[in-house]
Design a protein around this ligand. Structure first.
Ligand code: PLP
Length: 397
């Protein structure tokens, strides 16, 4: 018996293989420093946990509306709109089991087979997977190193537009490279979208995870709210990755279709978890700055040690929890030509486990630099220090 042809186009997060390799190396009695996890080892605030328990005790255990409970839709409309300078109503909010489902539901709502959709590369691998799975053409756009970070290659986007281009996936506050658009870059993306009548998926998973400055949404630019779907998630901001709670914030025409997909796919997002979401958004938020301080300290410990490593260059991301060092020279110094070998040798020599640029899309023609991604969300500062000191010694010798 044969499986469906379209499965040949379904990608995955190959980063899970890194977890496996780290676990295997750890099982042999080695100490592991887990920089590969895009997860948080910090707890969800107690008030959120209590709200969920209260909802269960109150019998919120049956089905609920496919688009989400009204209280959560209202709370998110006010909160997400308020933070971005936009006016949303509950009709614009469709609750999801996490942020990730917004990607597939956006693609299913706006893309026909054969349509072309831009996606960031390096970038979160699920965009490419979902575009191709539903028969679209995934068109990558690249990031160019600027010395202090990365900028989007706008010329590449402009040169790749065709009559079949339907949408742009835009991940400001980027995973994996930590890039953040300047106002000019965000405006340029908006201008391209408007001029070519494109939909935009604005993946704002890291909108609130920032250490300096203030995040801005492309949806707030003139002419953008009506063509933009915002991916909102509780995963990072409230340390709720395993709860699976997020939302699509979208123009009503799109929101209605996404709600219909919800009814088809999961009926509704877990009922009592949505009450925890209401508490997260409207209740005591004093846990957030504490978490951000912890993460900022980790970032700074990691940056200081990385900058002491010969042949390693890294910029300071103001948001997210990933560092994306350029290790081209360090690899050359060690005589290693393959990035996967570099990661394996580092794991075996030091126990430091990380993903690489290769886990975030196929390298594009002309790419010369070699990057690794270190997540500092799932590892304490003392382990960051121990692990990166060992890695520094390994790189220097
Ligand atoms: C850029 C980006 N978008 C979306 C997600 C999905 O988040 P969630 O856990 O809410 O599904 C992630 C998770 O790591 C991410 O990095």
């Amino acid at each position: 018996m044969k499986l469906a042809d379209r499965l040949e186009n379904l990608g995955t997060e190959t980063a899970f293989a890194v977890s496996l390799a780290a676990a295997e190396w750890g099982a042999k009695g080695n100490r592991i420093f887990p920089f590969h996890l895009g997860d948080l080892n910090l707890p969800t605030s107690q008030n959120i946990v209590d709200a969920m328990n209260k909802a269960i005790a109150a019998g919120k255990t049956g089905y609920c509306p496919g688009a989400g409970i009204p209280q959560l839709r209202e709370a998110l409309a006010a909160n997400v709109g308020g933070d971005r300078g936009l006016n949303f109503g509950p009709e614009n909010v469709v609750v999801q089991p996490g942020g990730k489902p917004v990607i597939t539901k956006f693609i299913q709502t706006i893309m026909n087979a054969g349509d072309e959709v831009f996606y960031p590369n390096p970038g979160y691998p699920i965009y490419e997977s979902q575009i191709e799975y539903f028969g679209g053409v995934a068109v990558p756009y690249r990031y160019v190193p600027t010395g202090t970070g990365f900028s989007i290659d706008l010329d590449q986007i402009k040169a790749s537009i065709t009559p079949k281009t339907k949408a742009i996936v835009y991940n400001d506050l980027q995973n994996p490279n930590g890039a953040e658009s300047t106002d000019a870059e965000r405006e340029a993306i908006a201008e391209i979208a408007i001029k070519n009548n494109l939909w935009v998926l604005s993946d704002e998973a890291y909108f609130e995870m920032r250490y300096e400055g203030k995040s801005k949404s492309i949806a707030a630019l003139p002419g953008m709210a009506e063509r933009t779907v915002i991916l909102y998630t509780f995963s990072k901001k409230f340390a709720m990755t395993g709860w699976r709670l997020g939302a699509a914030i979208a123009p009503k025409t799109i929101a209605d279709q996404i709600a219909k997909l919800n009814t088809n796919d999961e009926s509704c997002t877990t009922h009592f978890v949505q009450y925890a979401g209401v508490e997260a958004v409207t209740g005591d938020q004093s846990g957030i700055p504490v978490m951000l301080n912890t993460l900022k300290h980790r970032r700074d410990v990691a940056l200081e040690l990385l900058r002491q490593m010969p042949g390693v260059q890294v910029h300071t991301p103001e948001a997210g929890f990933y560092l994306f060092p350029d290790v081209t020279e360090a690899m050359a110094n060690k005589g290693i030509t393959d990035l996967a070998d570099f990661a394996t040798q580092a794991l075996h020599a030091t126990g430091v486990s990380f993903t690489t640029r290769r886990h975030f899309g196929r390298p594009q023609p002309g790419e010369k630099e070699q990057y690794i991604r270190l997540a500092f969300s799932g590892i304490d500062a003392s382990d960051i220090s121990d692990g990166l000191k060992l890695m520094g010694e390994w790189i220097a010798n």
